[in-house]
Design a protein around this ligand. Structure first.
Ligand SMILES: C[S@@+](CC[C@H](N)C(=O)[O-])C[C@H]1O[C@@H](n2cnc3c(N)ncnc32)[C@H](O)[C@@H]1O
Length: 343
């Protein structure tokens, strides 16, 4: 199956990496066929369309790809499609253009007219059964049938200040969800957030059916995280008060996703944080399965390479997100070697 994705362009790399991470965990085999200007085409051996819609944060829409062509061959391609076998009783065409001079509105009318003549399905712009998604990017044209739109409403109502328990240190739900995805865990598997704060990561993991365990050194945060998890209807969770460096879980988790404190203070120059992070990584190793992923945010002034040098983790991916003039957040995707130290 082939999928056409329209991704967010908030970051140059993260949206593509998030898609690949979800495919890594949900498919045996996949190929990226196109990746440019927020447009991605992937082929996979599994029907992961709905899963992508439900899981992705940095995306707008997922469609089943019908074909990919160039402007010169467009009409021929449209004529060759058996539209009756694809469309419901009614349809609408939606055109998106990126680096293209065409007029979206004119194209919608033109393409809609051709499909209308070729099929028994009728145009309905208000409430169509099928959405024909068309993307013009440079000289390329992509046609798909929309599977679903990403639930923007959730990422809005789950913002830290809209939850029953608010704390300013809490992550925006989009980056929290993306970090969960980068940790490559499936529905039903288990993650740990040992610096859980108000529960930003736990909520996003719980929303996609992942079992969550969280702890925080601060009792107030533990209470707040539980309140927030309940508010979002998440049932499969365990949250308790503990120091992240001292956790001893009975069963190892599939992944760890966390946003530790940044302790922004020029006087420490990040040295104390390095110690906290190092001690946390030692404990993380004991609570994480072999080959499991630790997706961890950190401030730019902490040298994660130096810290992981002495642990059983190796770096897989790293992304920079500039928060403001003096703070860049780094998203580190680390993998635990197995106990024998092999990759
Ligand atoms: C940046 S906040 C986490 C925010 C959280 N990811 C969210 O989205 O709500 C860091 C949290 O780490 C907690 N913390 C600090 N030191 C800790 C330690 N040694 N063990 C566990 N939690 C700790 C703080 O109380 C704080 O709630």
């Amino acid at each position: 199956m082939e999928f056409l994705l329209i991704l967010s362009r908030e970051h140059p790399k993260i949206p593509y990496s998030e898609v690949k991470a979800v495919l890594d965990v949900e498919c045996n085999n996949y190929n990226v066929k196109y990746q440019k200007d927020g447009i991605m085409v992937v082929s996979s051996d599994e029907d992961v369309g709905e899963i992508l819609v439900n899981r992705l944060a940095y995306a707008h829409e997922v469609s089943k790809l019908l074909f990919m062509t160039n402007i010169e061959n467009l009409k021929d391609k449209i004529l060759k499609v058996d539209w009756d076998s694809i469309l419901g009783q009614t349809f609408a065409v939606r055109v998106k253009r990126i680096n293209s001079e065409i007029s979206s509105r004119e194209m919608e009318v033109k393409i809609g007219g051709i499909i209308d003549r070729l099929s028994s399905s009728k145009v309905n712009l208000e409430n169509p059964e099928s959405f024909v998604r068309v993307v013009f990017n440079d000289s390329k044209v992509f046609f798909g049938i929309r599977i679903g739109k990403i639930n923007k409403k959730h990422f809005n109502i789950a913002k830290p200040h809209k939850r029953p328990f608010f704390h300013p240190s809490s992550l925006d739900p989009k980056i929290a969800r993306c970090m969960v995805n980068l940790a490559r865990v499936k529905k039903g598997e288990k993650i740990l957030d040992p610096f859980c704060g108000a529960g930003g990561v736990l909520i996003e993991a719980g929303m996609i059916g992942i079992k969550v365990i969280g702890c925080d050194i601060d009792k107030k945060m533990v209470k707040g995280a539980i309140e927030n998890l309940k508010y979002f209807g998440i049932k499969d969770f365990k949250v308790f008060q503990e120091d992240a460096r001292k956790i001893k879980l009975k069963e190892k988790v599939d992944a760890i996703v966390t946003d530790p404190p940044y302790g922004i203070s020029t006087s420490t120059k990040g040295e104390e944080l390095s110690k906290l992070y190092y001690e946390f990584l030692l404990s993380a190793k004991d609570n994480l399965k072999d080959n499991g992923i630790l997706c961890m945010a950190s401030p730019h002034f902490v040298d994660i390479d130096k810290i992981i040098g002495k642990t059983k983790f190796k770096i897989l991916e790293r992304y920079e997100i500039r928060l403001h003039k003096s703070l860049t957040r780094i998203i580190n995707v680390l993998k635990k070697f197995n106990e024998k130290g092999e990759n």
